[in-house]
Structure formats: C-alpha cells, structure tokens
Write a protein that binds this ligand. Structure first.
Ligand SMILES: Nc1nc2c(ncn2[C@@H]2O[C@H](COP(=O)(O)OP(=O)(O)OP(=O)(O)O)[C@@H](O)[C@H]2O)c(=O)[nH]1
Ligand SMILES: [Mg+2]
Length: 727
C-alpha cells in the first residue's frame, strides 16, 4: 500500500517480484540496477545465503521526482522463492502496490510455478490485498533455455486473468524493462487513485509521463556494470533472543521486519548523504558564483555568469535572462537553448500578461509535471506551447526592485525542475540581481567621473587660454608702456633740443639781424655814402644774410631729430642722384675753403634703399663737417662699399677728411645735439652743432649706425652703415 511519510515528505510505491525459487527475480533487479541512472537509485540491497539464494529479500529504490511536494520513490523488492521462507514472503508482500510474477519457463518448473502463484494469492489474502485490483504483470523467464513451455501453455496455467505477460531472459535483460515499465505505470495509476487524482485523466497522464521520464534512463543499453560496493550484501539479523517463546514463523517475520526497517534506514541514509553531497557541491558552486559576481564590473557579464551557472547547476535545456530597462518592458539579455525565450515568443497576449504577472508577484513560479499548482500556473500555457517539460521563472529582485527575470526550462531527457531547483535558482538570481545593480551603479559612477574629468579638463584649458591671453595683454601693455616711455623720453629730449634751439637762435639770430639792421640804417641815413663803403655794407648784408640762411637750413634739418624709425619710408633711390643732391649745395663752401670733394661709387651700384630726404641731409651734414674742419688744400673723400653681415647686405658710407681731427675728449660727445666742442679756434663756431646728431639719428632710423675715428694727423673718418634688406 502506498506510504506517505510526512516527516520526510516522501511517497513510497512498493512493487514485489514474486515467483518460484531460482526463477530469476533477483537477476531481474540486478539488471534494472545495473542500467539505472546512479543519480536516481540507491544501492541494491540483498540478503543472500552462501549459495546466493535470496534469504529475505532484495531491495532497489528508485527516485521518480516530486509529486505534490512529495518525493516519489519506487521500491522494488524480491521475495525468497524457497518454499520454507513463506513467512518472509508474506511479510515482504505486505503493503505491495504492484506485483511482478517471475515464472520459470522450464518444463520441469511447471509445478513450482503453479505452487508459487497459489502461494501468492494466499499471502495477498493474508495481507488483506485485493487480488482483483492489485496491479500484476507476469514474466515468463529463461526463454533462452531448451525444454521450455510455450507461452500459450504458460498463459493457460498461470494467466487465466489475462494480465500483461512478457517473455524474458533476465540474465541478459531481454524483456525485463518492458515488464518493469508495465508494472510501474499500473502501480502509479493505482497510486494516483489513492492520492485522489485518479478521476482527473490529465493528472494521471502527467504522473505516468513523469514515471516514463523517470524510467527512461533505465532503457539505456550497454551501461557499465555497477561498482562492487554498490551492491550491498547484508547478513540476516543477529542476536535474536532465543529464550523468548516465539514460533519460527514469528521469529522470521520479526527478523524480516527488522531487516526491512534497517534497509529502509539505510536507504534513507544513503539518500540523505547523497543529497548532502549534492548540497555541499552546490553551496561551493554558489559561493564561487557569488565571489565571481561581486567582483564583476560589467553588468552584461554578470548576466552571462548567471545563465552559465544556472545551466550547469540545474542541468537546464534552455534558459534566459530578461532584463527590465528604463521603459519597464522586458528584453532579452542572454539566451541559451533557443533563439527567443518562449515567454517573449508567445504570439497571443499570454506572453506579455504572464510576464507582467510574474514581475508583479516578485516570487518564483514553477511548472512541472505533477506540480499541484499546474492548473493555476501562469506559465502553464507558455510551457505547453514551448515543448519543454517544465519551466521556472524567477524574478531578479534587489532592494525590493525587480531588475529582470531568469527563466529556466527543462526537458524530458534530463531535467524536470522541482522546488529544490527553484530554491537554488532563486539564490542565484538574487545574488546576480545584486551584482547586476552594483555593476550598473559602478558603470554610472565611472561615466559620471569621466564627465567630471572632461569638464575639469575643459575648464582648465579655458583658464590656461585666458591666462595666456592676459599674459599676452600684459606683455603687449608692457611693450606699449616702454614705447610710451621711449616716446616720452624722446619728447623730453626733443623738448630740450627745442629749448636749446630757441636759446641758440636768440643768440645766433641776434648778431646777423643786428648787423643787417645796422647796415640798412647806415645806408638809409647816409644816402651819399661813398662807393667803397656802400660795397662793404652790401658785403656785410650778404654775409649776414648767408648766415641767416644757414641758420634757417639748420632749423629745417633739426626737424629730422623729431622723426622716429616708425615714420621712415624707404624707397630705392638712384645712387648718383643721392650723392649729387647731397654735395651740390656745398660746392661754394668747398671752393671757398679750398677743399676738394671726391666721390667713389662702386660699379653696379644703381640704387640705394633708403629714405631719400633724411639720407641726403645726413650725408650732407657729414661732408660739410669734413669741409669746414679741413685745412686749405685738403680733401674730403666719400667712399661707398657693399658689405655682407652674415646673410644681410649692408652699405657703408665712409667719409674721410684731412682736417684737424677731433680731440679725444670731444669724440664721445660730437653726436650730441648742439655740441660744438672746445675748438682750438675758440669762438669760431660752425653752424649750430646739429649736423652729426642729425646724421646719427638718420642712420639709427634706418636700423644702422655711425662710427667716428679721428686723430690730429690723419684727420677724421666717419662710417655710416645701413642695412639694405627691406624691414
Ligand atoms: N539461462 C538463464 N538463467 C537465468 C535466467 N534468469 C536467472 N537465471 C539464473 O537462475 C539462477 C537463479 O536466479 P535468481 O535470480 O537468483 O533466482 P531467484 O528467483 O532470485 O531465486 P530465489 O532467490 O532463490 O528465490 C541464477 O543462476 C541465474 O543466473 C534466464 O533468463 N536464463
Ligand atoms: Mg532471489
């Protein structure tokens, strides 16, 4: 009878392999055990005699997954076939949910088969089991041997109720699994009845599908034989109290019960240790996953880690992570096992509404065969269309906010998802949700700091520009200030020149004007002046007028001192013209002083780049000095030379005289305006002392210079130099 174990939430279905001694019952269980998925079954427990005959029973327990939150376990027992162990058989048969009768096909076993079947009916009755409704299938075993009965003969002898019968060869497994599948399905249907879902054909079908899924791995052929320690050989219970007055039958029954209980405990222990091992493995994986997720800075990688871990730990066939971006709609971030998640793939309105409900609920949802909430599940219709056997949807929740959804799909081959899987997936999902939110926050922080850096850089560049501009302005201002200073100094100097000029003029003009005035008065008063006196007076008038003219010319030249380099306008001036104009007004003076003027111009010098008027005045002033401070019969030589200063062509105007020279004391000051020196012919002044000052200023305005060397024997040499490139 199906057993509910509420403490361990387990339902056990008991199937008993019954039949005559050495018929092959144990061999059948060994075959099933050998080819079963080790993950889904326990060891095969056998209690044998020395000759390998079953003494008590064999027991193999198979895990069929979960139904209504209970773990469904199928327990396969064999009874000992030997006649003397009838009490054991009766005890083992108690509570059976299904029976496989293993008959020996050999002719000489006919009687033993019939007796064993009869014994079965009796023991069922003794255990209160209804023969009419008990699921039962027959195996006609040892079909590989000679001298066997025909199927018809065996049917006639053993199967009058026309139960399903299978020809089997237990030693190589032929037909064993067919018989097993048949009894498993029938037992399960009976259990479904007892669970109260028997009237719901859909639920029964789902239970049977679950059963088929569970036994599918058993159909695998050619599996390796189990390791030696996987088959537990147990000794019969020891130490029974011989002094108690118990019948042999009671003793055996007690021993069997004790062994059944022990075996049951062993099985439970085995299951628990396996679950524990799995949980330890899973915990290890979860902790690795947590460490990986918390170290990850890329949100997309966190989601990929979630998917790969879920697939590995839950052995999924399909999975995806759907994320909730700002819009509130879900979109796929990572998929595995399909191109589009069945939830999003749904063409009708089911998909979106399912998603909305799942997100709103903020709790996991599971659809799996046998799940008691199947009928109400929002996922049900999606799973039915997708072709997967089970599905789970787990919202990714962090700080009470849903950031996405993990969907997990299992197929019949491997993974039927159960509550344990959902629990595990929930741990993964919440760890990932936290990691995902952290990674996004980190990314946003990085972008923010990048933006900040860019703004700081921009502002710094702006500041630098402003600073550079203000530096330029300061430099500009300083330059302008110094220009202003220079201009001011020049103005002051000019002012001095002007004052000096006025002083000189008031002195210099007084004498000729007084002489002119006196001569004119005499001529006016003394009308009959003698001819020679008239002549003297006219000479006085002429000489003084000449002096006046000279003074006026000096005043005109003095204007050059007020001109700066900025006012200079260079032009190409024909060389011959320049010298001719400079010298022409000096011819009379040279003649008067008996001084010869020579001009030497190098061949090919066509024109000179200079400002013509001021250059002419400068040349004239220097040549005039050479004439005026010369000896009678002396000469003045003007020589022009081209000179290269580096890459730059210059012109040197060299004016050499044979005059009295300039004293060492006067030499440094002769270019100062109005400086006339301490001449040996004291009192004898030549002009107003502006000539060399003007020449120097003109050269400087051209970017050039003036150099004076002198000694009393050789006379004076003045070199004026100007560059010839355009400024
Ligand atoms: N040739 C042949 N031998 C078989 C077959 N099935 C079982 N045997 C052999 O028959 C012998 C008895 O098999 P068991 O499985 O121990 O029989 P049992 O029904 O468990 O016997 P008890 O435990 O004594 O009731 C063993 O030597 C098996 O190898 C079969 O189909 N063909
Ligand atoms: Mg046996």
């Amino acid at each position: 009878m199906v057993q509910f174990d509420n403490q361990y939430r387990q339902i056990k279905i008991k199937v008993v392999y019954y039949g005559p001694a050495v018929g092959g019952k144990t061999t059948c269980l060994q075959h099933i055990h050998r080819i079963t998925d080790p993950e889904r079954r326990t060891k095969l427990y056998s209690l044998n005699t020395a000759s390998d005959r079953t003494l008590f029973f064999d027991l193999l327990s198979l895990n069929l997954g979960r139904i209504r939150g209970f773990r469904l376990t199928l327990q396969l027992y064999t009874v000992p076939g030997q006649v003397q162990y009838d009490a054991t058989r009766r005890t083992v048969l108690a509570g059976a949910d299904g029976v496989v009768f293993v008959a020996d096909s050999q002719l000489h076993q006919r009687k033993a088969n019939a007796e064993s079947l009869e014994n079965l009916w009796q023991n069922m009755a003794a255990n209160g089991l209804d023969r009419q409704i008990m699921p039962l299938v027959l195996q006609y075993n040892k079909r590989d041997l000679e001298d066997i009965q025909t199927v018809e003969e065996m049917d006639a002898a053993l199967n009058t109720e026309q139960r399903p019968a299978f020809e089997t060869v237990a030693i190589n497994g032929d037909g064993v699994l067919d018989a097993f599948a048949a009894i498993a399905e029938r037992s399960l249907a009976a259990v479904a009845d007892k669970l109260g879902v028997g009237t719901n054909p859909q639920a029964v079908e789902r239970l049977q599908q679950q059963m088929r899924i569970a036994i599918q791995p058993f159909m695998k052929q050619g599996a390796e034989p189990p390791p030696a320690d996987d088959v537990e050989a147990m000794s019969p219970a020891q130490g029974a109290d011989q002094s108690e007055v118990l019948s042999e039958e009671m003793l055996v029954a007690e021993a069997v019960r004790a062994n059944v209980a022990m075996t049951d405990l062993n099985i439970r222990l085995d299951n628990l240790s396996r679950q524990l091992q799995r949980k330890v493995r899973v915990m290890g994986n979860i902790s690795d996953f947590g460490a990986a997720v918390s170290n990850e800075r890329d949100p997309a990688k966190v989601l990929r880690l979630l998917i790969t871990s879920a697939i590995r730990l839950l052995q999924l066939q399909g999975a995806s992570v759907l994320i909730v971006p700002g819009s509130g709609l879900l979109r796929e971030a990572v998929v595995h096992g399909f191109t589009k998640d069945p939830l999003l793939n749904s063409k009708d309105e089911t998909g979106p509404s399912v998603i909305a409900r799942l997100l709103e609920a903020k709790k996991p949802e599971l659809v799996a065969p046998g799940n008691e909430n199947d009928e109400e599940s929002v996922l049900l219709s999606v799973v039915e269309k997708s072709g997967f056997a089970s599905a789970a949807a787990i919202p990714l929740v962090t700080q009470d906010k849903v950031v996405g959804l993990l969907t997990a799909y299992g197929d019949n081959e491997r993974a039927i998802l159960d509550e344990d899987d959902v629990q595990l997936a929930t741990v993964l999902a919440s760890t990932a949700a936290m990691g995902y939110a952290n990674a996004i926050a980190w990314k946003q922080m990085q972008e923010f700091s990048k933006g900040l850096e860019a703004t700081v850089e921009e502002r710094t560049a702006e500041l630098r520009r402003t600073l550079a501009e203000s530096r330029c302005l300061t430099t500009d201002l300083a330059e302008k200030n110094s220009l202003l200073d220079n201009a001011y100094r020049e103005l002051e100097a000019l002012d001095e020149v002007k004052n000096e000029l006025i002083n000189r003029l008031s002195l210099d003009l007084r004498t000729p004007v007084t002489s002119l005035s006196t001569a004119a008065k005499i001529l006016q008063r003394e009308k009959d002046v003698r001819g020679d006196k008239t002549e003297r007076l006219v000479t006085v008038i002429h000489d003084e007028a000449e002096k006046l003219l000279e003074i006026i010319q000096s005043i005109c030249q003095a204007s050059v001192l007020g001109c700066g380099a900025r006012d200079l306008k260079r032009d190409p001036v024909p060389a011959q013209d320049l010298f001719r104009k400079a010298i022409a007004p000096l011819r009379d003076l040279a003649k008067e002083r008996q001084v010869k003027v020579h001009v030497l111009i190098p061949s090919g010098l066509e024109s000179i780049s200079c400002e013509p008027d001021s250059s002419e005045a400068a040349l004239r002033a220097v040549i005039k000095n050479g004439i005026e401070f010369n000896r009678p019969g002396g000469e003045v030589k003007l020589e022009v030379r081209r000179v290269m200063r580096g890459e730059e062509p210059w012109l040197h105007f060299r004016v050499a005289d044979t005059g009295t020279g300039i004293s060492d004391r006067d030499l440094p000051r002769v270019c100062e305006p109005f400086y006339q020196g301490d001449d040996s012919e004291a009192g004898k002044r030549h002009g107003i002392g502006l000539g060399l000052a003007i020449a120097k200023r003109v050269m400087e305005n051209h970017g050039g210079s003036i150099t004076i060397t002198s000694n009393p024997t050789d006379g004076t040499e003045i070199v004026m130099a100007i560059p010839q490139t355009e400024d």
